[in-house]
Ligand binder design. Structure first.
Ligand code: NAD
Ligand code: MLT
Length: 310
């Protein structure tokens, strides 16, 4: 029987699929050193965002045939190193689209109405209504950066809430943007016009620190920014400074340059900042979707069938 290592929490439905063809070991919270030590005995590795699969781990995995990421990105896997060793890397490009889009929308509304801070205030025994006068999203302009699967769903829902939509995405057509009711614009204009900005593109050399001090300086003082895409697209030091100085009105982040988030000026901010611990895909539905999607691909490869590579 082949052996599969599951090194991040995965829905049971995925374990059940893998168990049809393999012995499955679930071992979470392993250190990189522990992973290097045990990986030689496994034919497949299944992860979420918690495990970083480095070249060292891949090279130690002498039996490895496939690495499956139960999520969208494969940015925590050294794909070139895996490819050199003939190891297939697969993911679930659509399984958590709705979950991530809904988290971004929840962040936008929570940020506008200071829901997390108002909740903490009542729970701590206060009844303070003056500190939490918010803003409506109705008739405000939402700038969507990255109009792919998640960005499109956010745009559709935001449109239904009466928001005006603009978008920046160098790779999509005006026709596609028109279909979504979005005016396609340059990033500079989006930064200057939007009341809300939501980021939905991958982290690449082009998008790393795309939102830096210069970009933040172009935003309106009432603007709020949401990042449920990838850490590092926003320069966190510049963002904390812009929020502290009231240069922009708010930010909601689900992802960080380093995860888990360590010591950071962001933690000291008040109601103008909302921080969640990479929860975009954390719904029961999405976790079932991605577990099935990736477990089936791993099962197929272990059975000698062809795989769809990430
Ligand atoms: P997608 O591939 O469907 O869409 C990404 C879009 O970004 C594409 O339309 C692409 O053209 C565009 N893009 C690429 N480079 C760009 C650039 N320089 N500027 C602007 N747009 C650019 O991907 P998706 O499934 O919609 O995922 C979007 C992001 O959300 C990814 O970074 C993904 O890893 C992340 N994500 C996060 C969570 C979470 O838990 N927080 C969950 C799922 C996905
Ligand atoms: C993803 O890429 O799908 C997300 O970051 C979600 C996750 O893996 O938890």
């Amino acid at each position: 029987m082949p052996k599969v290592l599951v090194s991040d929490p995965i829905d049971q439905v995925g374990i059940d699929i893998l168990s049809q063809v393999a012995t499955v070991d679930v071992k979470t919270n392993l250190t990189p050193e522990q992973l290097v030590q045990i990986i030689p005995e496994y034919d497949a590795l299944m992860i979420r965002s918690g495990s970083r699969v480095t070249k060292e781990i891949i090279d130690a995995g002498t039996q490895l045939k496939i690495i499956g990421r139960a999520g969208v990105g494969v940015d925590n896997v050294d794909v070139p190193a895996a490819t050199r060793r003939g190891i297939v890397v697969v993911n679930s490009p659509e399984g958590n689209t709705i979950a991530a889009a809904e988290h971004a929308l929840a962040m936008m509304l929570s940020l506008s109405r200071y829901v997390p801070d108002a909740n903490s205030s009542v729970k701590s025994g206060q009844w303070d209504r003056k500190s939490y006068v918010g803003a409506e999203v109705y008739k405000k302009t939402l700038g969507v950066v990255g109009l792919g699967k998640i960005g499109s769903h956010v745009a559709n829902v935001a449109k239904a809430m009466g928001m005006k939509l603009i978008a920046y995405d160098p790779f999509i057509s005006t026709e596609r943007a028109d279909q979504l009711g979005c005016r396609l614009v340059e990033l500079d204009l989006l930064l200057r016009e939007a009341d809300y900005i939501t980021l939905h593109m991958p982290k690449t050399p082009e998008t790393t620190h795309l939102i830096d001090a210069e970009a933040l300086a172009k935003m309106k003082p009432n603007a709020r920014i949401i990042n449920c895409a990838r850490g590092g697209i926003i320069d966190e030091v510049a963002l904390a400074e812009a929020l502290k100085n009231g240069q922009i009105a708010g930010a909601a982040l689900d992802v960080y340059e380093t995860e888990p988030l360590g010591e950071s000026a962001l933690r000291a901010l008040g109601k103008q900042a909302i921080l969640t611990p990479h929860l975009g895909a954390s719904t029961a539905e999405a976790q079932v979707n991605v577990a099935i999607d990736v477990a089936e691909q791993i099962r197929d490869v272990l059975l000698g069938l062809p795989a769809r590579s990430a």
